[in-house]
Design a protein around this ligand. Structure first.
Ligand SMILES: Nc1nc2c(c(=O)[nH]1)N[C@H]1C(S)=C(S)[C@@H](COP(=O)(O)O)O[C@H]1N2
Ligand SMILES: [Mo]
Length: 489
């Protein structure tokens, strides 16, 4: 192929991609990272449609990076799709001898595609305007001569235009975006403030150790763009094997008696010493208050959510279940399932369904989202003592510390070995928080030996069961084994 032909094709691809990227950025400028964002459906499909093994690999090996990569892939694919539309439309217009119609038709088709993808007029207009800007800049910049030698110039113009739209979109959202993503910032009620104070005073003073109420609560989502069900539109439907089908609105929930409780969540997919275990004070209503009027008649339950997530487990686990609408004294944040999520004490994180919309009672067992992908994450959590902090103290001693968690079984004891498991010593534990399903912290200080040594930690739960030693990776039953670390004093 002739070099000029290659060059001009390359330039056209750059122009198209820039147009696509500008369309994505334009949509972002108007609706941000909401479900109306044009990239949301494709970004979300990258997780939902990807083979289970791949998703599992990404979760266990890459962690949060995996979901960021999936999101980036979704953004790229959306930009490509729009770029393709721009190319085709421009080519058709040129061939029919009406090149000027290109941008116009491009805008219309980008707008239509964006509307179809997002179902949102502002999002579609944003996308169309973004694409049109790039198209117009390219056409104006090369109006004087249409020779292929100027392909490079077109490409540069397109790139600059797309970057400008992108910078405007991201910068603009930073400056202009009202806090629509987060629930309104209400003052923290006194009773929650007292609980937070309690947790703070019980947290061990160890440098580098997160306090008992987590500063940063992890998130795990099947969707790259979280749903945003407005409170007014949200409802919780209880149906299936029930005597009386019942639906609650958010106002119904708000009118009920609220409680606060400490509760820890742990993801079955985390690594043994991982960071996907956190604790918060949750505010809401006991699920049984909602379920009693429905008259449950089946032995299993399926919880369903606004993002298409669903998890099934035995109905007995609902007994102590909770519908949380608040977290640490504030309305439940969107990433944690606003306006309402389930909390099922003692069980792995996955059945604590966020953006909860349905409680379906079943006669027969069924398969949940992660179980369809091979996980067994609906039962009680494994016991673990983690090693999150190691400090050299001023007096020359070493200090090791971390959280320990065994769901509703509670933590009775944490032991530390500083000689690779030969001898064991009791660690000090933080005073227990009032509720059943919470972690504790442990700390152990010792004179370090001269050189490198292996520190091993193990917990004993409230049923006097020692944390099993056999090492197993997260998939499929959750990580198991004793955390150990070689420490160089
Ligand atoms: N609707 C919905 N609920 C969900 C999930 C999800 O992807 N969608 N992830 C689950 C998983 S795997 C875990 S570990 C917890 C994490 O809760 P968090 O994101 O608030 O930490 O939520 C669970 N609930
Ligand atoms: Mo999870």
């Amino acid at each position: 192929m002739d070099r000029t032909v290659i060059r001009s094709r390359l330039a056209r691809s750059v122009v198209a991609l820039a147009g696509g990227a500008a369309a994505v950025a334009g949509s972002y400028a108007t609706v941000g990272g909401s479900p109306a964002f044009v990239a949301a459906p494709i970004a979300n499909a990258t997780v939902t449609l990807a083979p289970g093994v791949l998703v599992t690999l990404a979760i266990t090996l890459l962690g949060d990076l995996g979901s960021k990569l999936a999101y980036a892939a979704g953004l790229g694919a959306t930009a490509l799709l729009f770029g393709l539309v721009v190319v085709v439309v421009r080519a058709v217009a040129t061939r029919t001898g009406r090149p000027l119609a290109g941008p116009v038709v491009g805008v219309v088709s980008v707008g239509l595609l964006a509307a179809a993808l997002s179902g949102s007029a502002p999002s579609a207009v944003g996308a169309a305007v973004g694409a049109a800007l790039v198209s117009t800049v390219v056409d104006l910049g090369s109006a004087s001569d249409d020779t292929t030698t100027h392909g490079a110039r077109r490409a540069v113009l397109a790139g600059v235009a797309a970057l400008s739209v992108g910078a405007f979109a991201f910068g603009g959202r930073r400056v202009l975006a009202t806090d629509t993503d987060d629930a309104p910032q209400t003052p923290i009620p006194d009773d929650v403030a007292a609980m937070l104070d309690d947790a703070e005073s019980k947290s061990l003073a160890v440098e580098g150790l997160e306090p008992l109420v987590s500063d940063h609560f992890y998130t795990v989502d099947i969707a790259n763009v979280d749903p945003r069900p407005a409170r007014e539109d949200w409802s919780l439907r209880i149906h299936g094997a029930v005597g009386e089908e019942t639906t609650y609105s958010f106002a119904d929930i708000e009118a009920m008696e609220h409680e606060h409780r400490f509760e820890t969540l742990r993801c079955v997919g985390e690594s043994l010493n991982g960071r996907k275990t956190d604790t918060a004070v949750w505010t809401g209503v006991p699920l049984m208050d909602l379920l009693e009027p429905a008259d449950l008649q089946g032995d299993y339950v399926m919880l369903r959510a606004a993002d298409g997530f669903y998890e099934e487990f035995p109905v007995d686990a609902l007994e102590d279940g909770f519908l949380a609408v608040g977290m640490n004294g504030r309305p439940l944040p969107r990433p944690h399932g606003a306006p309402g999520r389930a909390l099922i004490p003692g069980h792995w994180g996955e059945i604590n369904v966020k953006w909860l919309t349905e409680i379906e009672i079943l006669d027969e067992p069924a398969t949940g989202y992660w179980e369809e992908r091979g996980w067994h994450g609906t039962g009680p959590v494994n016991t673990v003592a983690k090693l999150w902090a190691e400090n050299r103290l001023e007096d020359g001693r070493m200090e090791v510390a971390g959280p320990a968690y065994a769901g509703t079984r509670g933590i009775d004891r944490v032991e530390v070995s500083t000689d690779g498991g030969e001898t064991w010593h009791d660690a000090d534990l933080s005073d227990p928080l009032p509720d059943d399903d919470v972690w504790r912290q442990w700390v152990y200080r010792y004179e370090p030996p001269g050189g490198a040594h292996e520190v091993v930690v193990r917990a004993t739960d409230g049923l006097d069961t020692l944390q099993p030693r056999d090492e197993r990776r997260a998939y499929p039953n959750g990580p198991s084994g004793w955390v150990s670390k070689t420490i160089e004093p």
